[in-house]
Design a protein around this ligand. Structure first.
Ligand SMILES: C[S@@+](CC[C@H](N)C(=O)[O-])C[C@H]1O[C@@H](n2cnc3c(N)ncnc32)[C@H](O)[C@@H]1O
Length: 392
């Protein structure tokens, strides 16, 4: 072991030992030395998580804090990775002594020992505090969106939006664990509106997953596009941009993930079609209103006795619209999942369709035809789009 590694190993051993013998108080890393100049400090404390000791790190960036918990051994290893790379000073505070590791300009570490400055370890917090994917405090875009106040507190009127944003990122997080994106993913959000979810997605991909995403929001309304572009610049989100355009006319290049949340009526079909045409690896849509199929429905089966009630016909039209969307996606090689998302203030509709690129399902089109026959439906708009036609 060379001298540098030996000194780092001694510091990490003291960290591990202080945790084991109960003398650990806290750890801080400072003096940024890595490529990411926005990564300013790390603070660690000991917590109890599901009955096990864990290290809780607060990663301080210029504009926000990110909190992460790690089992002790993993946490100690993380400190080893940061030391000498991202941070050139480390301070370990124990009940016995304070130990610091400091790196010279040539990154040669040295250890310093001082009498203990801390008289007691803080009580080990049970980490019952809810961990959010998107944190309210220090967030650079939520205040302008009216979700949080200047001090980072969630405003009364922003609670629902904050929950929705976090739920959405939670879904994306679990999806991406199974289907990871490339390091520099190209993402398009169609019908991005005021951009709540687009900003949160960018924030999560860039600041939590450490990717270098290029996220484009496409939105008809110029005023929203201007608002979002100004805010992206203010937040320092260089890979996030918005353009005022009808999604129908959007000519995508490569798309790794296509998103369309609550895009009105057939705008969802246009988004799916553009995603399929671009060969997107992941397509995520949360449909909004469903008018196109309902206008055509003339049920040919015994179901007619039920569908004479307007509300039931409306619900059935939604079911068929989204069910056929999923089948058409399958016919084009997407393995689909349909599940409940979360209701929003825009709409009570809370369905999400996720498609992951795989092999085409050859039987899917026959199933679509059978459903169309049963319900007297002439065509589904997505079918037309996939055949290259625009008119309804
Ligand atoms: C209900 S909002 C949803 C906004 C955002 N995706 C969300 O979930 O918070 C739907 C947005 O889609 C936009 N939109 C609808 N049709 C569009 C089209 N053809 N091209 C671009 N934007 C469209 C609307 O202007 C509106 O801002």
């Amino acid at each position: 072991m060379d001298q540098t590694n030996e000194i780092e190993a001694r510091f990490l051993q003291r960290l591990q030992q202080s945790i084991s013998d109960g003398s650990f108080v806290k750890l801080t890393l400072s003096k940024s030395g890595g490529a990411d100049k926005a990564f300013k400090n790390v603070y660690a404390r000991l917590i109890e998580l599901k009955g096990e000791e864990a290290l809780q790190f607060t990663l301080r960036y210029t504009t926000r804090d990110v909190v992460k918990n790690h089992p002790v051994a993993e946490g100690v290893a993380m400190v080893g990775l940061w030391l000498g790379q991202d941070f050139l000073n480390g301070g370990l505070f124990t009940l016995d002594e304070d130990i610091s590791i400091q790196y010279s300009k040539k990154r040669v570490p040295k250890l310093f020992f001082h009498p203990a400055s801390q008289e007691a370890a803080p009580p080990k917090a049970h980490d019952k505090q809810k961990q959010y994917f998107i944190e309210a405090a220090g967030n650079p875009y939520l205040p302008d969106m009216g979700v949080t106040g200047a001090g980072g507190q969630i405003l009364a009127g922003g609670q629902r939006k904050f929950r929705q944003i976090n739920k959405y990122i939670e879904i994306i997080d679990s999806l991406l664990k199974q289907h990871p994106l490339p390091p520099e993913p190209q993402i398009v959000d169609m019908g991005s509106g005021k951009g709540y979810l687009t900003f949160a997605l960018y924030d999560y991909l860039a600041n939590q997953l450490g990717l270098r995403p290029a996220v484009t929001g496409v939105e008809l309304r110029q005023n929203l596009v201007d608002f979002c572009n100004d805010l992206a610049e203010k937040a320092g989100y260089g890979g996030l941009s918005f353009r005022a355009q009808d999604i129908y006319d959007f000519q995508p290049g490569r798309i790794d993930m296509l998103i369309a949340l609550h895009a009105c009526d057939t705008a969802t079909d246009i988004a799916i079609a553009r995603g399929i045409q671009a060969g997107a690896g992941i397509i995520i849509v949360a449909p909004c209103c469903h008018k196109q199929i309902r206008k055509q429905m003339h049920c040919q089966t015994g179901m007619q006795a039920i569908l004479r009630h307007g509300i039931l016909e409306e619900r059935q039209a939604e079911l068929i619209t989204d069910g056929i969307r999923a089948l058409l996606m399958e016919s084009r090689g997407y393995h689909t999942k349909v599940f409940e998302f979360i209701s929003t203030e825009h709409t009570a509709k809370n369905l999400m369709i996720v498609g992951i690129k795989g092999k085409p399902n050859r039987q899917a089109l026959e199933k679509v035809d059978a459903i169309k026959r049963d319900y007297g439906i002439e065509y589904h708009y997505l079918e037309r789009l996939l055949e290259g036609e625009k008119e309804e």
